[in-house]
Design a protein. Structure first.
Length: 137
């Protein structure tokens, strides 16, 4: 398998939730797709709870807890939700085509919301920090 797109949404969601997803498939785009799936099925608030706990379990299983960043995880979910509300698409692939900056310029999106360096902040990794420049809508 070469891409998370080789899995159906249900397979992808289930493999990730059970920590069985091949780590080579969990890239930035896969993270965004997971957010899309969860927001579509459960709404933004529940998606945040589901995904943050699942990613934490996933990184623990892999022994890479230092890669977990709660602020970035929540910010990604909020960004996906924002663009889903503006989108006319009904699937993740079309959403990314419609708003490619989610995938290609994600750091720029985050920089519009955060002045502080949240990528390496120990606090940002442990808990969600509200944006200090522009609130998520």
């Amino acid at each position: 398998m070469s891409s998370h797109f080789d899995l159906t949404d249900a397979e992808f969601e289930n493999q990730f939730a059970s920590t069985q997803l091949d780590p080579s498939l969990f890239c930035h785009e896969a993270h965004l797709r997971l957010a899309y799936i969860h927001i579509s099925k459960y709404g933004e608030e529940q998606a945040i709870e589901n995904i943050t706990s699942q990613i934490w379990r996933y990184v623990q299983k892999l022994g890479v807890e230092d890669k977990f960043n709660k602020t970035l995880t929540v910010a990604a979910i909020k960004a996906v939700h924002h663009f889903m509300q503006k989108s006319e698409s009904d699937n993740f692939k079309d959403l990314i085509k419609e708003f490619p900056r989610l995938k290609l310029r994600f750091r720029d999106l985050i920089a519009a919301h955060y002045k502080v360096g949240i990528y390496n902040s120990r606090i940002a990794k442990q808990r969600f920090l509200e944006p200090d420049l522009l609130a998520f809508d």
